[in-house]
Design a protein around this ligand. Structure first.
Ligand SMILES: [Fe+2]
Ligand SMILES: [Fe+2]
Length: 168
């Protein structure tokens, strides 16, 4: 079944949001590498790569449905962060925004009786739940660490381990 113009536009917008997330996490990764917190840097590189994969999943869906890909402008992500904690807080805020955009689209697909689109979107709903929880965990850890440099270095090590573990 052909997708409506409106839904095609919405799916292209989601793809753009995922590409923005990829770009955004690259900026955060650079923040950490510049501060010699390479573990967190690796963590955000990994997140960035995953966001690219989320965009590709949407791209392949559009192609599968014989729907056009519309290139849209990419915004420039913010570059100035005051602390590691604020990086994760900004990331969580963006993840929540993305989740909301998927909820709205899923509701629309359901109202239109577009069950194939709805089924496709469920994967993203689950993925968003995991990503929000992941950011939340790191926000809690960094809040506990406070201004203790030794604790921050320990968490940096943990972040590197996590980035490596999800590689395999
Ligand atoms: Fe994503
Ligand atoms: Fe994400």
């Amino acid at each position: 079944m052909q997708l409506s113009k409106d839904l095609i536009q919405n799916l292209n917008e989601q793809l753009n949001r995922e590409l923005y997330a990829q770009y955004f996490y690259l900026v955060i990764a650079s923040y950490f590498f510049e501060k010699d917190l390479d573990g967190f840097g690796e963590f955000f590189l990994k997140q960035s790569q995953e966001e690219g994969e989320h965009a590709m999943r949407l791209f392949h869906y559009l192609m599968e449905k014989g729907a056009p890909f519309h290139p849209l402008p990419l915004e420039i992500p913010p570059k100035n962060y005051e602390s590691p904690l604020s990086c994760f807080q900004t990331a969580r805020e963006y993840e929540e925004k993305i989740s909301l955009s998927y909820y709205n689209l899923l509701k629309k697909a359901r109202d239109l009786g577009e069950f194939d689109v709805e089924e496709f979107l469920w994967w993203y709903i689950r993925e968003q739940r995991e990503e929000e929880a992941l950011m939340e965990t790191w926000i809690a850890r960094l809040s506990h660490a406070g201004n203790d440099p030794a604790a921050l270095l320990l968490l940096d090590k943990e972040a590197r381990k996590l980035a490596k573990a999800s590689d395999s």
